[in-house]
Write a protein that binds this ligand. Structure first.
Ligand code: SER
Length: 320
């Protein structure tokens, strides 16, 4: 059985990914780690949990040895918006954290490392519509710089050391379990919470801003499908485009109005508009479809229905 370490497991994706991994591989085979002990409380209740700062190589190595880890999924990252406020922190966590993971995996001859990339790897010169797999990667955010470097490093470790490294360029991820932390696409989550709580939302990007997005069940499916894919079928490694849906903020608001007709939206663009403007509208994910059978399930209205129902339940219980 695989022995899997998830780093950054209390975050938006990690918190749900760990539970799914424990279902598939057994709680005793999935070690969740996070910087924050409190954030890990829920994960510690139903399985193994360790406090870990990915920048501390010795601690990372000790945990890998203790549990005889042979697969690492590294979800620890500083996202785009926080990364622009604290670029050196973004560099430190995203790059030094990643090199620690890759080096320990190489030293311990691990079977696989999965490292996420992002649509932030693209930049203003990248073709914005149906962005190809192979294209111009000249991002203008520190987060994007670290994602491109991460993709190149991952591919370098495959070629140079024969380590199995995989990664996918996540679009904005929308979910109702754990809030995202410090990304540009966070508006697409906040809008649902505000629709339930206040029936109105002030969005920090303009109404015609269009970005690729994905609902959490599809995000988990993409991550696990790539995690489980046969290495011999992969021509790409650390940089798969994965598409699902793509909509403007106006289209998102209109979808919410189908369920909450009195919902109102207005706009107060801030520095995150400049980041969003450098990212694509939609991506071409035909390589992911061909090499590991990627296929999304949710569209905008199906996601909206699901999100509103889940958040309404939390609201009714007084949880938000
Ligand atoms: N959701 C991320 C961000 O907005 C993109 O990968 O920073």
């Amino acid at each position: 059985m695989k022995k899997i370490l998830v780093i950054g497991s209390a975050g938006q994706i990690g918190s749900e990914l760990v539970l799914e991994l424990r279902k598939r591989y057994g709680a005793e085979n999935v070690v969740a780690t996070d910087l924050c002990p409190n954030a890990g409380k829920k994960l510690a209740e139903n399985g193994l949990f360790e406090v870990l700062n990915v920048c501390n190589r010795e601690d990372l190595k000790a945990i890998c040895e203790k549990y005889e880890i042979d697969h690492i999924i590294n979800m620890a990252a500083i996202l785009s918006a926080v990364g622009e406020k604290k670029p050196m922190l973004a560099w430190d966590v995203n790059m030094n954290g990643l090199i620690n993971v890759l080096e320990i995996a190489r030293e311990m001859e691990m079977k696989q490392v999965l490292i996420p990339s992002s649509i932030a790897a693209f930049g203003p010169e990248t073709p914005a519509d149906f962005t190809p797999q192979e294209t111009i990667l000249r991002p203008t955010t520190m987060y994007g710089v670290t994602k491109v470097a991460g993709e190149l490093l991952g591919d370098y470790y495959v070629r140079r050391f024969g380590l199995d490294v995989r990664g996918l360029r996540y679009p904005g991820i929308i979910s109702n379990e754990t809030l995202p932390g410090g990304g540009t696409t966070d508006y697409a989550v906040e809008i649902y919470y505000e629709a339930i709580k206040n029936k109105k939302y002030t969005c920090f990007v303009k109404e015609d801003t269009q970005l690729p997005m994905m609902y959490m069940p599809d995000c988990l499916k993409a991550t696990l499908d790539l995690f489980e894919a046969d290495f011999d079928n992969l021509k790409h490694h650390s940089d798969f485009n994965v598409g699902s849906m793509s909509f403007t903020v106006k289209e998102l608001a209109d979808s919410i109005k189908k369920y909450i007709p009195e919902f109102e939206i207005d706009y107060a663009p801030d520095y995150r508009q400049d980041i969003a403007d450098t990212w694509p509208n939609s991506v071409d994910d035909s390589c992911a479809r061909m090499e590991w059978g990627w296929e999304p399930s949710f569209d905008l209205d199906a996601m909206t229905k699901d999100m509103l129902e889940a958040i309404q339940k939390k609201y009714d219980k007084g949880l938000i």
